[in-house]
Design a binder for this molecule. Sequence first.
Ligand code: GLU
Length: 299
Amino acid sequence: MRSNVLAASPVLRFAPSPNGPLHLGHAYSALCNERVAADLNGRLLLRIEDLDRTRCKPRYEAAIEDDLAWLGLRFETPPRRQSDHAADYIAALDGLAARGLLYPCFCSRAEVARTAKGRDPDGAPLYSGACRTVSASEAAARIAGGEKRASRLDMARAIERAPSRLVWSEFGEGSTSVEQAAEPERWGDVILSGRDLVASYHLAVTVDDALQGVTDVVRGRDLLAATSVHRQLQALLGLPSPRYRHHRLVLGPDGAKLSKRRQSPSLTKLRACGVSPAAIRAALGFGCDDSGGLAVALS
Ligand code: GLU
């Protein structure tokens, strides 16, 4: 697969998942994208990462577009909606499968947890590789019998196939980069396609960044470690590697990063309470208006 765009000018993207309302952490990420796009005179795209059909809802997607417009953010239209592009992910998966880099995994979440070989960089159970040795005939019989399976990347084999030292350019929030070494082995045999998911986040984000010609990925530090997997997939799929700019995260009053799961106050709620877009921009360090008492910590 090849990127269809060799960008003449930088291309950035904000890529929210419509699985809940946006909070100040998303606003910070979107505003960082806007700032870098302006500094580089680049294009700004929106991508709706809605492959997880059980968690993503159209009403959240509508709210995302509404909140971003309210904040004064302008993206090129239309946004790329991942659920419209299954064929792109399937093509990438087929290519990897044809090279013997994928295997079906029948393990349930509970089995993965019970047999884990430690933890991945996100703290999730590290897959033991139990299904790597299931024979092709047994796998075919189980699939024919209707057993659900995920597709996992055989990471050891993948590392053998890609150049020995993979790196990416990491800018953080600054203007100079460091060469960051990828450590895909820390993630083990990641899932690239789920039981009920056409493509996992790792696969879809790698394919989309290439197809959209993204040159600069601006996103939170919580995704820094995952970049090792994305870099490995780029090498396997022959895709260019964007520059990465992992930014600080917005913390809640308890010092933990904001998240939808922790019910962090949504932009919609702040708006309903009379907080202005200018105050949100100011509180997050963008613009010199008064933040109206809205205080935000970043780390
Ligand atoms: N969809 C991801 C999220 O909402 C962001 C993915 C990315 O920026 O790479 O956390």
